[in-house]
Each structure stands twice: as structure tokens, then as C-alpha cells.
Design a protein around this ligand. Structure first.
Ligand code: PLP
Length: 383
């Protein structure tokens, strides 16, 4: 049966996985090798390769970015009675990982230009919490949409207060800040290889750190906290967090292609920037540093454009182009009702006026062209 207009009607997804022949080869080789448990040569190599990429000596592969965050927070000693500072503009997992440890998240607003943690606000927040005698166990930074937080300002601040930084680099593998790679800034950092991220193991994550003790403990906890003995010996509650060797093989193939996939996303970002450059009242969320361009977010000032972000979203949705609102801030989530938050209104403004555009490296030139044409059509109608 012939399908008419299939090409035109193919949906454009926000960030679809980019899987090709190399991935098939690697996964098949892992299966044929018999290493299908969460142990094996691909797992060891994947850890070494990600550690090198992040510029840190240790990496522990786990089955999600959330698990990596949990172990990182555990590694800095977060527990009941502690406070962990979390940006309010983030994915739910950042704050959930804090809650797993029993610590209490305190939310902080973002820099309106970048969407990342506001260093100015953080400065006052840490001083306030210090004065109150709060036990601030960590500042959990998030590299939102693939651009690093402003570590140039955040690290000295946290150091002055004696608070370690844990980096949620789930979205920022391959990004840089100050000439250093994402994942190298915190006492520990977490990458995610979920299906929608810059590269994927279908599901997976990695904790990276320069702290040998933290890495060893994370590896131990991720393996059900099994003590070295021939029988099963346990003195603590552990977790089943290790990544399968088969999925590590998938990750290794993806890592071979990471730079090419980032190049592709950068080209997509540049194309969006070109379309919106001439539009008064629309800006791109950006840090001015080489991010990995995981996703491109536009911010609309409806007083200047005469239209809202959600109008553009509706136009694109009607044409099978997926977009997404900017993260709903954590302090507005029912889950965190009553949580303490230091706010400027920036995150709420981005939630209202931001729109995340499709950015997958798997998008073909034809699909990108179609999205750009649809945006131009929308803008033409509105102008
Ligand atoms: C995806 C993501 C996570 C969680 O990673 P999973 O691998 O899905 O568990 C955590 N934080 C942020 C900011 C993310 O985008």
C-alpha cells in the first residue's frame, strides 16, 4: 500500500535518539561476547572513556542519571537535617535525588539570560543560611539545556562557605566552561544517558569525580553494598544501580559519535538563531560559552512580539512539530509545596515565556527546513 505524503507528515520530535550502524555493531559484539551482566570489558572501557572526556580520574557507570546524582549527594554526606541548594529551574530528578538522601532541598532562582543558577542570588542565600546556622551540605548546580552553570563565580562562592558543589551535568556532556569540560567542576558530577539526552545508552548514567574515596564508595553502594567476601556480606543498605555491559557498549558507540552529534545540534541552533535574529522580542537562552546545544530555548517578550510562546507552540504542534515548555520551576510543583525558595521571578518568567525547540541530531535537513519554514510562516502571519 502506498502512503501519500509520508515525508511531509513525519513528526519532528523534540530530541529523538540517534542510533545507527556503529551502535548495532557494538551491542551485537557485546552480546556475542557473553558479557551481558553489569560487569565486563565494555563497562570498564566506557567508564575510562567518559572519565577522560570529563577530565576527571574516576567514573562509575550506573543505570540512570538520577542514580548518579543520588550517589554523588550521598558521597558528600547529604542526609537528614541537611540542606542542599537546588536551582528551581530544573528537571524533577535533581530535587528527587536530594530527597532520597533525606536532606531538604532549598530552591534558588536562575539567571534570566542563561536559565542557570543565579550566582548573585546564591551569594546572598548562602550568607543567609550561614547566619541561621543551617547545615548546607551541598550546592547542586544544573547545567541547563546543555550549557554549564557560571562556575567561574559559583565555585569561589561555595569554597568561601565551605560547601561542596555537586554538578548535575545530565544535559551537558561535551559542553565547556572556561576551557574545562562539563562534569569537571563539582566534587562529583552526574551525566545522564537517557533516551532523550545528547547521547544515550537507552537508559543510564555516570558519576564522575576526582575523589577516589567517593568513587569507591559510590561503586560499592551501587552494587548492593556487598562487602568483599565469598559469601554475601552486607553492613549497609545498598542499591542495585550498576549499568549493564551491553548498554555500556551502546554508550561507547555513541561516545565515538558524540562530537559529530554535537556539531549537528550546533548547526540546528545556528539555524534557529538565524531565523529569530531579525525578530524583535525573541532571544535565545545562552551563556556565551560552547555548550553542547542539547536543546535550543527561545524566550518571547509578548509585549514586543504581540504573540506568546504558546502561540508558536500551538502552530508547530498542529504541524506535527514537538516543542516543550521550559521546566516548570520546582517551587511551583505540588511535590515541593512549602519548600523554602529564594526567588527573583526569573524562572517563572522563563516557564511562562520560554519554548524549547526540537534539536535532535537525528533530524534530517528536510525536517529542519520544515521546522524553519513553519516558524517563518508563523512569524510572517504575525508580523
Ligand atoms: C535527565 C535529567 C536527569 C535524570 O537523568 P535520568 O538518566 O533520566 O535519570 C537529572 N537531571 C537533569 C537536569 C536531567 O535533565
Amino acid at each position: 500500500m502506498a502512503l501519500v505524503g509520508t515525508e511531509h507528515h513525519r513528526s519532528v520530535l523534540l530530541s529523538a535518539p540517534d542510533i545507527g550502524e556503529l551502535e548495532q555493531e557494538y551491542v551485537l559484539a557485546a552480546l556475542r561476547s557473553g558479557w551481558v551482566a553489569p560487569a565486563g570489558p565494555d563497562l570498564d572501557l566506557f567508564e575510562a572513556e567518559i572519565a577522560r572526556r570529563a577530565g576527571v580520574p574516576h567514573a562509575v557507570a550506573v543505570n540512570s542519571g538520577t542514580a548518579a546524582l543520588h550517589l554523588a549527594l550521598e558521597g558528600v554526606g547529604a542526609g537528614p537535617g541537611d540542606v542542599v541548594v537546588v536551582p528551581t529551574l530544573t528537571f524533577a530528578a535533581s530535587a528527587n535525588a536530594v530527597r532520597y538522601t533525606g536532606a531538604t532541598p532549598v530552591f534558588a532562582d536562575c539567571d534570566p539570560a542563561t536559565g542557570n543558577l543565579d550566582p548573585e542570588l546564591l551569594s546572598g542565600l548562602l550568607a543567609t543560611l550561614d547566619a541561621e546556622g543551617a547545615r548546607v551540605r551541598a550546592v547542586l548546580t544544573v547545567d541547563v539545556y546543555g550549557s554549564c552553570a557560571d562556575y567561574r563565580r559559583i565555585l569561589p562562592l561555595c569554597e568561601r562557605h565551605g560547601v561542596p558543589v555537586v554538578e548535575d551535568a545530565a544535559e551537558s556532556l561535551g559542553a565547556e566552561h572556561d576551557g574545562r569540560p562539563a562534569g569537571s567542576f563539582g566534587r562529583a558530577a552526574a551525566f545522564s544517558f537517557n533516551g532523550n539526552k545528547i547521547m544515550t545508552t537507552s537508559g543510564g548514567g555516570m558519576l564522575v569525580t576526582a575523589d577516589t574515596g567517593l568513587a569507591d564508595r559510590a561503586r560499592y553502594l551501587a552494587g548492593q553494598a556487598r562487602l568483599p567476601a565469598e559469601h554475601y556480606e552486607h553492613a549497609e543498605v545498598g542499591y542495585n544501580y550498576r549499568l549493564s555491559n551491553v548498554l555500556a557498549a551502546l554508550g561507547r558507540a555513541q561516545l565515538c559519535r558524540l562530537d559529530a552529534m554535537i556539531e549537528r545540534r550546533r548547526a540546528v541552533r545556528a539555524a534557529y538563531a538565524g531565523v529569530f535574529a531579525a525578530v524583535d522580542g525573541v532571544r535565545l537562552l545562552a551563556t556565551g560559552e560552547p555548550g553542547n546545544c542539547w536543546l535550543t530555548t527561545v524566550v518571547v517578550d509578548p509585549r514586543r512580539t504581540g504573540w506568546r510562546a504558546r502561540d508558536l507552540a500551538a502552530h508547530l504542534r498542529a504541524r506535527d512539530v514537538e516543542t516543550r515548555p521550559v521546566f516548570k520551576p520546582m517551587h511551583l510543583q505540588p511535590l515541593h509545596a512549602g519548600a523554602r525558595a529564594f526567588l527573583t521571578g526569573a524562572a517563572e518568567d522563563l516557564f511562562t515565556n520560554g519554548l524549547v525547540l526540537p534539536g535532535g541530531s537525528v533530524l534530517g535537513d528536510d525536517q529542519i527546513r520544515r521546522v524553519l519554514d513553519e516558524i517563518n510562516t508563523f512569524l510572517g502571519v504575525r508580523r
